[in-house]
Write a protein that binds this ligand. Sequence first.
Ligand code: E4P
Length: 222
Amino acid sequence: MKFFIDTANLNELKKAKMLGVLDGVTTNPSLIAKESICSNKNDVYKHYISICNFLEKNNGDVSAEVISTNYVDMIQEGETISLLHPKIVVKIPATENGIKTIQYLSKKKIKTNCTLIFSIGQALLAAKAGSHYVSPFVGRLDDISYNGLNLIKEIKTIYNYYHFDTKILAASIRHPLHIIECAKIGVDAVTSPLNIISCLINHPLTKIGLEKFLKDYKNKIC
Ligand code: E4P
């Protein structure tokens, strides 16, 4: 399973690289808006390029989301974003115009990530349109008392039946169990803030065990 980092922050990406969990990056307009260096469209585009350049040469991609909502503008924006860097994947919302845009861009061999997926129907149409990724939002479904992980399981089952090439990129990850359950389901990738991935490391028995090893060693060996 690939670990993508859900951020537009280069410091967070540096830390992820050191931990060996930087297989790709996803951003969205809210994450971009958090970065103080992005105050106009040019800054945003330059920032996408910096993120792409930060990834290893032969590995990983960066999802950059369109902010247009009508078909013609989405296509134009998607094509512009895709030209910024070969690692860019154009992120498109799961709306009717979005699905049409995905179909258009995928015919032109431009990789897309269909985002804001909350239902099997949306995931099916995104796959039919040729999206490279779908991003089902696990945490936001949990927030409204739907089981986000069930949606992931169902999409996985259906994609397997019909041999869709579209990859499942589980998004809106809120805690380490989301990551573990996604791994058990066999998703292609999860995208998560780094602090949640870091939680996977912690175990009280590791801490207790290490303390005892060091104490025993120090008591005997000078
Ligand atoms: C990534 O593709 C999504 O935009 C992101 O995971 C959404 O996360 P949130 O629901 O925590 O905002």
